[in-house]
Design a protein. Sequence first.
Length: 482
Amino acid sequence: MEYASQLNNQLQNTIALLSGYWPEFIIVIGLVVTLIIDLIFFNKEKNSNWWIGFVNLVFLILAFTKQVDVYSYFSNLGEFMKLVLLFAGVLFIVFSLTQTHQTKKAGEYYIIFNGLLIGALLIAKSTNLLVIYLGIEMMSISAYVLSAFSFNKNSAEASLKYLLFGAVSSAFMLFGMSLLYGFTQTLNINDFELLHTVKVIGDLPIKLAVFMTMFGFLFKIAATPMHIWSPDVYEATPTFVVAAFSVIPKLAVFVLLFNIADKFLVFPEVELLLQFTAILSLTIGNFAALWQKNAKRMLAYSSIAHTGFLLIAFFANMQSFVFYGLVYLIMNFAVFGLVKVVEQKFSITDIEQYIGLGKKIPLIGVLFVVALISLTGLPPTAGFTAKILVFSGIWEKYLTNHNPVYLSLFVFGLFNTVVSLFYYLKIPYFMFIKKSNEVILNEHKSSTVLTYLIGSLVFVLILCFFLPNSLMDMIYSINFAQ
């Protein structure tokens, strides 16, 4: 009877644990249904691409709805950020649905994206080394494949570069994880007693293992110096896929860093590494973006710079990080969506070819201006509010600890915000101010629905500047206790 009672308790605990993974189960079911639909209707139904995308959208909305219930029960950061990741997934599917007639291999496209999203959801709440590695590799391998979905020479080369750099970073990360397991005899990071282990075997092996593990994490968020793959990949990859790349892996890995911070940041060297990485990412990302002529390459370096700013937000406080992460998600999807509209309408991606487009398509021009000044951090947009929260948070941290590194983060953050103004406003300059020689561009039909979707995102950016209280109240209701 006693054995039966223990077995029953274990079963109930397992069921309770698995109940938190209902969104992932729903996405897996959607993935299988997509595969079946693709096998049955591939090249048989004229609108099969649209139906495949619509089915994925339905399952993602179901997963999002279920995650709302899960979050209402747990109310912690991991579950909230899973809501954010699912929202990003819904945005990706909705944007992609506006281009179904152009989507090659739609079944594989949505199936692989679901794999990327499941991997991100797994690492956003896990503290088990094995699950973290599987989640990261699931997310990474899906990203390698999606980056080749332009089906041309450039995208194939970019995908190969992404794969090679990713494989090296994964090897370092896996070796570091294996050392951590060997030293601690546990896969659960919450059970780590690294300071005690240091006393037993010395600090060098432990710190080496932690640094190697962190190396893999920093690659996934395109932090300097592990960023060199991103410009080529961003330029050659389908635009909506790049929008997902720029947000989903970053936010998932940042939540992972929060989950493991109390164990890994016991070493001052690890904290210093992340702070130095933030300064490097900000500086190199912003200054490299100044010289870019291709809009997607410019946004790639912008993404690297925002990785640095997210790291500053990470050290400031988690409330400002979550607010900044949400706003960053909306800004990036809006800007990449606008780049796609121009690309689809005029078959151009070079910024210098945007000359006069502000007068030719004024709505797109205005949306570009608002989205880009939000990325810069200027009013009246949510980007301004987000940066104010981060700067005030890191300044308070400096006043509390009197650590000169926090002051350096504050100063470099301000300085790089000014630098970013020069390249973000390059697009509005060419669209509205730069005089053209009446260059005639071949105009094609573009999606009106996509324009309205982007317009709604830009409206949210303005709304969150004037009425940020509702969003902030929701963020402050999150239980940040680990």
